[in-house]
Design a binder for this molecule. Structure first.
Ligand SMILES: *[C@@H]1O[C@H](CO)[C@@H](O)[C@H](O)[C@H]1NC(C)=O
Ligand SMILES: *[C@@H]1O[C@H](CO)[C@@H](O)[C@H](O)[C@H]1NC(C)=O
Ligand SMILES: [Cu+2]
Length: 614
């Protein structure tokens, strides 16, 4: 008992000293031959914005920046944090470094896993952080993620358990290279130029979720935070007063070209237009892959996407707004946030120009527009951009899958009872639609097939096979089988029958080429897209395509992706909106055999169901 207490003591002391805010020893200029082991302690717990750590915030703005004070937009709400920070700690390492993240779960009764989004975990499959797919959820106690970085760029980490990412469990993860192929395009690339933003609201994330699905509320956002900071501009929401909480300040040096790394960590459906007053953005990469630079006036980031842009500080020394205007579920409450682009030598003030919500793209070129048909010349989609490194894909693929991502009015047993209150019996406001892939809701396996490969998997169903249905509601562990080394194509279709939604699709373990993307209308069907494809009317682009791990599918349209399945394992593929993926808009890509995998780490935790015969 004594030992346990002292261990806890050590951990709490470690947590308490974190606010010294000294740069981590792995945050450095990357040099050949210098690879390190980089340790991080993640203390996970329930927390609150505007806590006692905030003293007189927002009336005394200095107090808002106290250690462990999460002011957010000045409105108090529960959240979940790592080390009482929002966003959680940044991980800045060099390619080849070993990353060790010790997660200590101090939550009252909740479990956790951490996913390293965009890192392929090749040879480290067991640390991909998907509960019941790659590992057992972390109960109380601790779990050590331990892997060598094998791919680089702007990545990030986030919880993959329940709604925790929406509650605040996320942070930046940047892997720099000794020889960055894009180094010629910028002068500075600093950790403080990572800009991670997320949609936000004023109740706990579970409140939002259950009020949406078990009651009649909406799932609209109230605000956007930038690096955890922001204000309720215009204070138009819920009668709240505008509080003078700090906004994020991004400092730049006149005359230099700055690499900004943008990350949309949002949980709700808020594709966000990012633009900077008086400046253009030279897009040099997305999702950790370099692209042929393309100058834009604005960029749209969908949940999970990253864009690396170069901003040249070539305007008058002053303060300028970096604007974040949210779309779809951010339109109803006109969610807009600003960060200040502050030139060295400019006064410590906000820009004098007003910050008002605008759902229109600023004049000029927009990269990655929402639900675009690609016709307008200034709307530049991901199939139109070029990769930086040349590539040529083969005409044929070994495996091809069609996936319809759609909302369906079915009797989801999580919140309907077809015998008592079926989706067809209740009035419109009670008819919450269920997000599904090919009419199937993902059921998490009873134990992780990756780390417990010999367990029976009674919940599994395969692509192109019948699933298990109760009435009109079908649910199973939906698996897509691929042989190691096979080339794969996925035709992703957003049928768009309910609302103008947009499901950002994320694949674990890989980057894929974006070979086609088109919007057909406000609605389409998988059958229509299949027919177009059969008639040869979906042209694939095979040369120099952009590679990504998260991509938008235009509502009422399709996105076609390709990759070579050279990374064995069990890889989640899902809509990146946290409410949708937790409701089962997931599939599992199974590549190769157990014999293709490294051995399960010794002592790896196990779990499963206990249902002995009576
Ligand atoms: C605001 O808080 C800071 C410390 O957090 C303190 O030093 C300062 O005196 C306070 N200002 C006022 C006006 O109370
Ligand atoms: C989903 O179900 C609907 C209604 O039964 C059917 O029309 C459609 O073809 C199904 N879609 C897929 C992809 O199976
Ligand atoms: Cu979705």
């Amino acid at each position: 008992m004594k030992i346990v207490v002292s261990v806890i003591g050590v951990v709490l002391v470690a947590a308490l000293t974190l606010f010294a805010d000294a740069a981590h020893e792995c945050e450095r200029t990357c040099e050949a031959g210098d690879t390190r082991t980089c340790y991080y302690t993640f203390n996970l717990q329930e927390y609150h914005t505007m806590s006692r750590a905030c003293f007189n915030c927002p009336f005394n703005t200095t107090d808002c920046s106290r250690p462990e004070c999460i002011a957010g937009d000045g409105v108090a709400r529960p959240l979940i944090t790592i080390n009482r920070q929002l966003p959680g700690p940044s991980i800045n390492v060099c390619e080849g470094d070993r990353v060790v993240v010790d997660v200590y779960n101090w939550m009252l009764s909740d479990t956790e896993t951490i996913h390293f989004h965009g890192h392929h975990m090749k040879d480290f499959q067991y640390y991909d952080g998907v509960p019941f797919v790659t590992q057992c959820p972390i109960l109380g106690g601790s779990f050590r993620y331990n892997f060598v970085t094998t791919n680089s760029g702007t990545l990030w980490w986030h919880s993959h358990s329940g709604l925790h990412r929406g509650s605040g469990v996320f942070g930046a993860f940047v892997v720099r290279e000794v020889e960055d192929p894009m180094a010629w395009s910028y002068d500075v690339d600093l950790p403080e130029h990572v800009i991670i933003f997320n949609d936000w609201f004023h109740v706990s994330t579970p409140d939002k979720f259950f009020n949406r699905y078990l009651f009649t509320d909406d799932d609209f956002a109230t605000n956007i935070l930038v690096n955890g900071k922001g204000r309720l501009f215009e204070a138009q929401y819920e009668g709240e007063e505008e509080a003078s909480t700090p906004v994020e300040v991004v400092k730049v040096t006149p005359g230099l070209r700055h690499r900004l790394r943008l990350i949309n960590a949002g949980g709700l459906n808020c594709p966000t237009i990012v633009s900077v007053d008086n400046h253009q953005l030279n897009v040099i990469g997305t999702d950790g892959d370099p692209i042929e630079p393309y100058v834009a006036d604005s960029i749209v980031l969908h949940s999970g996407e990253r864009y690396d842009v170069v901003l040249e500080a070539d305007q008058l020394v002053d303060n300028y707004w970096i604007r974040f205007n949210g779309l779809i579920d951010c339109t109803q409450n006109e969610c807009v946030q600003g960060a200040v682009l502050r030139y060295d030598g400019a006064p410590e003030e906000l820009p004098t120009v007003a910050l008002e919500y605008d759902s229109n793209y600023p004049p000029g070129v927009v990269v990655n527009p929402l639900n675009s048909d690609g016709v307008a010349e200034e709307e530049v989609t991901m199939v139109e951009l070029n990769s930086f490194e040349p590539s040529v894909l083969e005409e044929q693929v070994d495996k091809k899958f069609y996936l319809a991502l759609n909302f369906n009015l079915v009797d989801n047993l999580l919140f309907f009872n077809p015998d008592l209150y079926s989706v067809n019996d209740v009035s419109d406001i009670w008819q919450a639609p269920t997000p599904q892939i090919n009419n199937i809701t993902f059921r998490f396996p009873l134990s992780p097939p990756l780390s417990q490969p010999s367990d029976p998997q009674p919940t599994v169903c395969f692509y192109d096979e019948e699933s298990t249905c109760v009435g009109n509601f079908c649910a199973c562990t939906y698996v897509f089988e691929v042989g190691l080394g096979e080339t794969v194509e996925m035709v992703l279709v957003d049928e768009g029958t309910i609302g103008d939604e947009n499901h950002p699709f994320h694949l674990h373990g890989y980057k894929f080429h974006v070979v086609a993307m088109q919007r057909l209308g406000s609605e389409t069907t998988l059958e229509e897209v299949r027919a177009l494809d059969a008639a040869g009317l979906i042209t694939r682009r095979l040369e120099n395509t952009v590679k990504k791990d998260t991509v938008t599918i235009p509502d009422g349209g399709y996105t076609v992706i390709r990759f070579t399945a050279d990374n064995p394992g069990w890889w989640a593929m899902h809509c990146h909106l946290v409410f949708h993926s937790e409701m089962g808009m997931i599939g599992a890509l199974h590549v190769g055999e157990t014999s293709d995998l490294p051995p399960v780490p010794e002592g790896f935790p196990t779990c499963g169901s206990f249902m002995p015969d009576v």
